[in-house]
Ligand binder design. Structure first.
Ligand code: RAT
Ligand code: ZN
Length: 411
């Protein structure tokens, strides 16, 4: 029985076509935002933080280099001078292997030759096939001028790329939001009063119509609280939640990020902190008609999130985010979720920033799913349950795609 279970799980996990519910990828038509190729793979911000630790140069020196030299320097620190043992470094090795590059022999030049830097639909297709991914959800910020320009020009969005309307500035400081809105041609007063909130609602309606997102989303610091009398609390209650309701869209919350604790590291300078999950509890309780996809950044919050999800069916935990997307912690978190929720969560998302990330992030997610599911199904068989191939396939399908599709379709 044990060997059939292991074969059935492996085969189901190998075969499943993933829906990746959170990435930072863009389609080839959004050319200025497209990221692929060896130099981008090597200058992933996860690796920049590690290379600067190892290499003893300042962030200012590093960011002063052109992209190719940054990549070569990261390669030198992490791959040439030591073993690439971190999660992100091993990811590069896995990408090289998938593209048939012997990194130890061919080095950075071998990787540059095998991976394509320019936007290209056939190349995107090849990477999606290599990773076994069907569709990815982007992170779409209507307040980012570069991104806005692509949408306003009406650049076509390839069907493999789904949109998600990302609203971080709407939950931040009202003054900063005013400045961003003004740059987008929307004028609101310092008061954040009823007419201002009506303007924000109009802006969201406009962008939901243009992007056709599958969900609305924001990331928040550990201090995120609900309800709140601050302008951000009013924006949430009077604009974002009503937009979710009227468009039948879920809201994704990513909580626990402390932005730029080391600003010199730029994108690599964010850290994590413990979230206030009582706020999520109040949000879920006061808005039973909205579904919340929730992920938390600190390891310490994972158990509390799962317990909360047991109490509120409109809370759906998703993925192992950023600093908890590691070999060790993804297994711990996914087993914990299965133990307390059954297969009613979204197993993983990639957070890919560079196209080829899909390859190693989903390879890792598949490996973790095999380990955790073989263990659980073996135990289930020992308890006397006649495990079938069919039920394994259905659970794998739910964890890698079906649960997410149910959330975005059924609200
Ligand atoms: O994982 C990351 O790359 C982070 O920089 C963030 O993008 C995070 O995932 C986010 O979406 O805020
Ligand atoms: Zn992200």
């Amino acid at each position: 029985m044990e060997s059939s279970i292991s074969t059935w799980v492996r085969e189901a996990v190998d075969r499943v076509r993933v829906i990746d519910m959170h990435t930072h990828l863009f389609p080839p038509s959004f050319s200025s935002l497209w990221r692929s190729g060896a130099d981008h793979v090597l200058t992933y911000h996860y690796l920049i933080a590690e290379a600067i630790r190892a290499g003893g140069r300042s962030p200012e020196w590093f960011y002063g280099l052109p992209l190719r030299e940054q990549a070569a320097w990261v390669y030198e620190q992490i791959f040439a001078r030591t073993s690439p043992l971190s999660e992100a470094a091993m990811g590069v090795v896995a990408i090289a292997q998938a593209f048939g590059v012997d990194l130890q022999q061919d080095g950075i030049e071998g990787l540059r030759e095998a991976l394509q830097h320019e936007p290209s639909e056939p190349y995107a297709e090849r990477v999606f096939q290599l990773a076994g991914v069907d569709q990815v959800v982007m992170t779409n910020d209507p307040l980012d001028p570069a991104e806005r320009a692509h949408w306003l020009k009406g650049d076509p969005v390839h069907p493999r790329f789904l949109a998600a309307l990302r609203l971080d500035p709407f939950l931040g400081d009202w003054g900063a939001l005013r400045t961003c809105l003004a740059a987008a041609g929307v004028s609101v007063s310092p008061a954040a009063d009823a007419p201002d909130l009506a303007e924000v609602r109009r802006f969201l309606k406009d962008w939901i119509g243009r992007m056709r997102p599958v969900y609305l989303a924001f990331s928040a610091p550990p201090e995120f609280t609900y309800p709140s009398k601050e302008a951000s609390g009013r924006v949430l209650d009077a604009c974002i939640l009503p937009a979710c309701r009227s468009n039948g869209l879920p809201l994704a919350l990513m909580i626990g990020v402390r932005r730029r604790v080391n600003p010199r590291l730029r994108e690599a300078g964010d850290a994590s902190g413990r979230a206030n999950l009582a706020a999520v509890e109040r949000l879920a309780a006061s808005n039973p008609d909205v579904r919340f996809l929730v992920t938390v950044l600190s390891r310490e919050d994972q158990h509390e999130l799962v317990v909360l999800a047991r109490k509120f069916a409109n809370v759906i935990p998703f993925g192992c985010w950023w600093f908890v997307n590691t070999d060790t912690l993804t297994r711990e978190i996914s087993a914990l979720r299965l133990e307390l929720l059954g297969p009613t969560f979204v197993l993983q998302h990639s957070d890919a920033r560079v196209l080829e990330h899909l390859v190693y992030k989903w390879k890792n997610a598949r490996a973790l799913a095999v380990d955790v599911l073989v263990h659980k199904y073996t135990k289930l068989a020992e308890e006397g349950w006649r495990v079938t191939r069919d039920e394994i396939e259905r659970v794998v399908e739910r964890l890698f795609r079906g649960n997410f599709l149910d959330v975005v379709r059924s609200v």
